[in-house]
Write a protein that binds this ligand. Structure first.
Ligand SMILES: Cc1cc2nc3c(=O)[nH]c(=O)nc-3n(C[C@H](O)[C@H](O)[C@H](O)COP(=O)(O)O)c2cc1C
Length: 161
């Protein structure tokens, strides 16, 4: 089956998670295309299933992901989809509803929370300073939830013939 994973990332986490998901789905025999929405302005959706993923920064879903969903909502609502998010907020089920349209979440064959990282080296010095104070550490923080990524991949695989 042909799967498109469309994502955007601010500090690299969503890209990493999308790559991990792609590897698992490929192992299950699917043809997987990864698409960084920041680099691909016009996207042709010709797939059996589309996964859309992005992160929350400052209480907002990545604007590039939001724009992609808005532009392609009719298409997405008429096909199989999976939606995932990255973020540090533990109440992800509440947060994801702020990032994606309700009807899309309701129809998605899989919804997932893939965890988060604090990639200090990718932040500008001011943001890094504020976040390191808030997190009380200068050590790298990596809380990618591989179990959730595997579970999401299972749900995707089950939805495909
Ligand atoms: C400045 C800043 C603000 C953030 N705000 C939120 C937030 O409002 N909600 C949340 O769940 N996570 C928040 N996070 C955590 C990010 O979602 C996390 O770092 C994630 O791994 C970023 O993914 P990305 O690199 O793919 O954009 C924030 C992180 C930073 C650095």
């Amino acid at each position: 089956m042909k799967i498109l994973i469309a994502y955007a990332t601010r500090f690299g986490t969503t890209e990493k998670c999308a790559g991990m998901l792609a590897e698992i789905l490929k192992e299950k025999g699917n043809e997987v295309k990864l698409m960084d929405l920041k680099k691909n302005k016009s996207v042709k959706i010709q797939n059996d299933l589309v996964v859309v993923g992005g992160s929350f920064v400052a209480f907002r879903m990545n604007a590039i992901v939001k724009r992609f969903v808005k532009r392609n909502l009719d298409t997405l609502l008429n096909m199989k989809t999976g939606i995932f998010m990255c973020g540090a907020d533990e109440d992800w089920e509440k947060e994801i509803k702020k990032g994606f349209p309700e009807e899309l979440l309701d129809k998605a064959v899989a919804k997932g929370y893939f965890g988060f990282e604090m990639n200090w080296d990718k932040m500008n010095p001011m943001v890094r300073n504020i976040m390191q104070k808030a997190w009380k550490t200068t050590e790298p923080v990596s809380k990618i939830n591989i179990e959730n990524i595997r579970k999401f991949a299972e749900e995707i695989a089950e939805a495909l013939p």
